[in-house]
Structures are given as C-alpha cells and as structure tokens.
Design a binder for this molecule. Structure first.
Ligand code: NAD
Ligand code: ZN
Length: 370
C-alpha cells in the first residue's frame, strides 16, 4: 500500500504491467501514465455517460502532467462494440496524427475497454494503451488480462486480439456513480473468484457483501484487490487460455452465455446477472452429477439470492426452455468435438474443466431446473 493505493503486478516478461487500485486514481492518472509514455500524446476514449461524470479530472491530470490529449466520446452500450463504431473510432484516432508512441486511454466499462483495446492492438500494428475501468465488472475482470474484442453479426467478441495494456488504474471512487444494477452485475464476477479458487475469500464475501455492495471503501478495495490479484495470477500462468488455468474464469459463463443469448444480449439480462445464475446452475448440475455437495450449492444460491442477483430461470422468464438454452450452449466457443465443455465446482473454492458433459444430461437438468 502506498497512500491507500495498492499496486499489483501482472508478470508477463517484457509485457508485464501494474494494476493500481484505490481512491482518486483518475485525478492522478497523468502522473502514473507519463513515465510510460514514449511520446507525450494521449487519446482518451470514453462513452457519453462516463464523460459527463469522470472525464474532467482525467483531462486536468493529463494537463498537469503536460500530456497533449484528444478525447473521443462513443455512445454508451453494448451496441457500440460493433464494426461500424470500430471503423469510426480508428478513423477518429488516426485523424489525431498519432505515432506508435501515442497512448490510447480507455476510460470506461468493459465496452470502452474492449473496443479501445482492440483499436490499440491493431492501429499501426499496435500502440500502447492504458485501462481506466469505471465499472466494477471492468475493474475486477475485463480491464485485466489483455482480451480485447468487438462483436460481429455472427456473435459476441468474435473479432479480437490478446493485447495487454501498459497500466490499469482502478479508481474505486468512480464506482460511486455506477447504477446499483451494474454494480451487482460486477459483484457476480467477484464472487466467481471465490468460488473457483479461494474458499476463504468467498467466506469473507458471504459475511461482508453488504459492505462491498454499499461501497464501504475498505471492503470494496479488498474485493477489487483480491479479484485483480487472482486474475493477474491466472493470466500470468495461462495468458492465451491454452491450458485450464484461464478457462476456469469461464465458470458460470457457458450457462450464462446461453441465458444472455436467449434474452438477446441486452438490458433484459446483464452479463454479470447471467453469470450469477450460471454459477448457481453449475453448482446444481455438479450436485446432480455427484461431484459437489448439496450444502455448498445451497450456500452459493443463498448468497447470490441475498445480493438481489437472479438464481432461478423463471425469474428471468427462461423457465421451460431447455432446448433453446442447450442450443446456445452447443454454439458456445467452449465446445470441442461435439461435447459441451463446462467449468464445474468440486466444492466452494475449487473448480475444474469438464470436457464431456452430455447434452442429454444437460437437457434433462435444464428441463427440471425451470
Ligand atoms: N475483455 C474481457 O476480458 C472481458 C471480460 C468480461 C466482460 N467483457 C466485456 O465487457 C462488456 C461489459 O462491460 P460493463 O459491464 O463494464 O458494461 P459497459 O461498459 O456497457 O458499462 C455499463 C454501463 O455503465 C455505464 N457506466 C460505466 N461506468 C460508469 C460509472 N462509473 N458511473 C455511471 N455509469 C457508468 C456505461 O456508460 C454503461 O451504460 C461486455 O461487452 C463484455 O463482453 C470483456
Ligand atoms: Zn464474465
């Protein structure tokens, strides 16, 4: 800790980088970014909502650090992560007379981080970029690890690159303006880390979730730091998801992806909400297969329910549609050789990759889950 700011490191040889977590980092961004710059020019990419709330202190800090800057403001929402917006974004960035030493700065949630990161990966065959995540989901997940992507008509995140940022600045102060529903969606990803690899962290969340979700500073920082540390370790061990380590981060996501697809990837069901219910389904399926105890599954369900996140298919209008859900699971990227790959829990704090879940078994499970 340094003045209430915690520094974590993603160890990736010459592409390693720091994640700074704490209060007030947006207003101090210039001083943290400047030493990494080869050319004192930054292009800030953000969305309209975030610009109205958090852009000014960032620009002031760039001025104070004598960094020349331009700002590009995108419309908010998942619809921005498409080829048309990507095309306009790279044209707008190129119009700023950039060189390879120019720094792109993504100020926003996962949408801004993903499209800006992909632009950084491809502009001039790769320019530096910094992530300043402003949603809890982006702070604990999307800003760390170097996955960047946009959507195509064929599906989500199908056009992208592994491309690591030079720095991540997770300012807990930014979360004060986040709508509660978005906060809870990000909280689901935090719970995920406890469930896949750290029972003690889950125990702590189970006792302190109210403090985290009401943005009590010490609790919030601990939740973000613990999540980022785990993601950093997993990414360092398996940067490109060639082994099982990074795949575990997809816990709750194969079910979740099916729920998102069936509800149209929109506001009806946020990604984190789908993951929350997906994790409950993964526990229940593991119990059915005799892999995990019913007590653990009940504990997870109760925890997620208590936060206000969904735990039942019928709650989100998806009861009684096992075939539709199974079809989406079959289309998921994590399918190999016609078998459905699932991340399942052995217990709270331990998950594994199951490569041969049978479609018939899953269908029966989804039909009963209602
Ligand atoms: N790259 C990865 O590893 C990875 C991982 C998980 C998710 N993702 C991607 O992340 C995206 C979802 O990210 P998200 O949940 O952050 O959504 P988002 O970026 O759409 O942000 C959610 C909403 O909150 C608003 N917002 C952001 N910060 C705010 C703040 N501080 N105060 C008030 N409003 C604020 C945004 O304008 C937006 O309307 C998806 O596209 C998903 O595919 C990527
Ligand atoms: Zn996720």
């Amino acid at each position: 800790m340094n003045g209430g700011i915690e520094t974590l490191r993603v160890e990736l040889d010459d592409r390693g980088y720091d994640i700074l977590v704490g209060h007030g980092l947006i207003a101090a961004a210039g001083q943290h970014i400047r030493p990494l710059m080869r050319r004192k020019q930054a292009i800030v990419v953000t969305d309209k909502t975030i610009a109205s709330l958090h852009l000014r202190p960032l620009l002031d800090s760039l001025d104070a650090a004598e960094i020349v800057h331009h700002t590009i403001v995108l419309p908010p929402g998942e619809g921005t992560k498409d080829l048309a917006h990507f095309g306009r974004l790279v044209d707008d960035v190129l119009a700023c007379n950039i060189e390879r030493g120019t720094m792109l700065v993504a100020l926003g949630g996962g949408v801004v981080g993903d499209i800006c990161g992909f632009a950084a990966a491809t502009l001039l065959r790769g320019i530096d970029f910094v992530q300043i995540p402003t949603t809890l989901l982006a702070q604990v997940d999307s800003s760390v690890g170097g996955k960047t992507a946009i959507n195509t008509t064929a599906g989500k995140n199908l056009l992208g690159a592994f491309y690591q940022p030079r720095l991540v600045l997770a300012d807990s102060g930014a979360l004060a303006t986040l709508p509660r529903r978005e906060l809870l969606a990000g909280y689901a990803e935090t719970v995920k880390y406890g469930l896949i690899a750290d029972a003690g962290f889950f125990d702590w969340l189970d006792a302190e979730s109210d403090k985290v979700c009401s943005l009590e500073p010490a609790a919030l920082n601990r939740a973000v730091i613990t999540s980022c540390r785990m993601k950093a370790e997993i990414v360092a061990a398996d940067e490109r998801e060639t082994g099982d380590a990074r795949a575990l981060l997809n816990f709750g996501h194969t079910f979740g992806h099916a729920l998102e697809a069936e509800t149209g990837f929109g506001d009806a069901l946020l990604h984190g909400e789908a993951v929350a219910l997906g994790m409950v389904l993964a526990f229940d399926f593991a119990v059915r297969r005799g892999i995990c105890t019913g007590q653990d599954a009940t504990r997870v369900r109760r925890h997620i329910e208590a936060t206000g996140l969904p735990t039942e298919l019928r709650e989100i209008g998806l009861g009684g549609r096992p075939d539709a859900l199974l079809a989406h699971m079959g289309k998921d990227k994590k399918v190999r050789d016609g078998r459905i790959t699932l991340i399942l829990p052995r217990r709270i704090g331990e998950a594994f990759v199951m490569r041969d879940a049978s479609a018939a078994d899953l269908r029966a499970f989804l039909a009963e889950a209602a």
